[in-house]
Design a protein around this ligand. Structure first.
Ligand code: SF4
Length: 359
């Protein structure tokens, strides 16, 4: 029996064993992926839930060192979708029975932005007769803001910790009160207290990051008892401060493999949560998302942002499908998901089973 098989059989997921699984070579990882796939089938089924992604605006008040649309990058034209454009994208999701959308944006906390989001959530729910579940990915906000948006009709919230190691977090962000690690933790707690299904996630293969940090990230998800996770490989962007550390990076292939192992180990550790196969995986490998589905992921976010805005929402470089209209994206995904051996759960909200159980 190999070391990986032994760990999987004992099911003892402590820092040391998680690290060993993440370090497994290609031959040994087969057993890990098989186990994750079995657990996915047993606990969440071979079904994939769609979340139609609407990248509402690239205005951002923050300046994270890894992000292409940070406020300090003047190379992008800034945009904000109109209310009609958002409704149109949401209507597409509703009519095509995606059942869920994600409203994502750069981070702002001014009253104008907060009120606009509140109003958009209400308009989407009116248009779709409350049949769409709405995930927000709008960054750190005050508890009161989270409550307003929840009351308006949002159900889930994705706030990535990006790296659970506080020291590394500080290296990825400016050292000021707008980018404090503790604020991010407080925000995650406030989301849980408000009643959202809470998701978080990390970047994998960052400069300065070790495999031991990644094991801690997985333990962080478990300790926080999250309902959803979206994580993927770090991909450098040349207009960011972190780019100067690119010589320290693993190869793209290695970052992909590590990401797939992270998905697989997480599926085994947290059997009934929702795990996204993120677009960053596809940037490295055209089949990256399908490989993540085979490693235990069960959510995909087809991009519904109007094509004219997509070039300006590049958190990282070489993002795929920039010129694909929603229909092209949907039919491409249908084929790919079938190839991965899964089926799309059209018309189902696909709420996190983990959240349902905790309620
Ligand atoms: S990661 Fe989010 S908060 Fe940070 S700069 Fe990018 S869009 Fe803004």
């Amino acid at each position: 029996m190999t070391k990986v098989e032994e760990i999987l059989e004992k099911g003892n997921f402590e820092k040391e064993t998680i690290t060993a699984l993440l370090l497994a070579g290609e031959e040994d990882s087969g057993a890990l992926f098989r186990k994750a796939r079995e657990i996915k089938k047993e606990f969440v089924g071979n079904r994939v839930y769609f979340r139609g992604l609407i990248e509402y605006s690239n205005y951002c008040a923050k300046n994270c060192f890894y992000c292409g649309i940070r406020s300090g990058n003047s190379r992008y034209a800034r945009y904000e979708m109109t209310g009609d454009e958002v409704l149109e994208a949401a209507r597409y999701a509703w009519q095509n029975r995606f059942a869920s959308i994600v409203l994502q944006s750069g981070e702002r906390d001014d009253e104008g932005f907060i009120a606009k989001i509140e109003q958009l959530i209400g308009s989407i729910q009116d248009m779709a007769r409350n049949e769409l579940h709405i995930t927000l990915s709008l960054g750190e906000q005050k508890p009161e803001t989270y409550r307003r948006w929840f009351k308006a009709g949002a159900h889930r919230y994705l706030l990535r910790i990006e790296d659970a190691n506080a020291e590394l977090y500080r290296k990825l962000h400016p050292n000021d009160r707008h980018h404090a690690y503790q604020s991010r933790i407080d925000a995650l707690m406030a989301l849980r207290a408000t009643g959202y299904q809470v998701g978080t996630g990390v970047m994998i293969g960052l400069p300065f990051q070790t495999v031991s940090d990644l094991a801690d990230d997985l333990i962080f998800f478990r300790d926080l008892d999250v309902d959803m996770v979206g994580m993927g490989p770090y991909i450098e962007h040349q207009d960011t401060p972190l780019y100067e550390h690119r010589n320290q990076l693993l190869s793209l292939r290695e970052r992909l493999q590590l990401s797939l192992k992270m998905v697989a180990v997480l599926r085994i550790m947290m059997k009934d949560i929702n795990i996204a196969a993120t677009t960053a995986l596809q940037t490295i490998d055209p089949m990256g998302r399908e490989k993540a589905l085979q490693a235990g992921a069960n959510v995909i976010m087809p991009n519904l942002t109007p094509v004219k805005y997509r070039q300006d929402y590049l958190l990282y470089e070489n993002k795929p499908c920039l010129d694909e209209e929603a229909d092209q994206c949907k039919s491409c995904l249908e084929t790919r998901i079938q190839m991965a051996g899964d089926t799309i759960a059209y018309g189902e909200w696909g709420d996190s089973k983990h959240f349902e159980k905790r309620k």
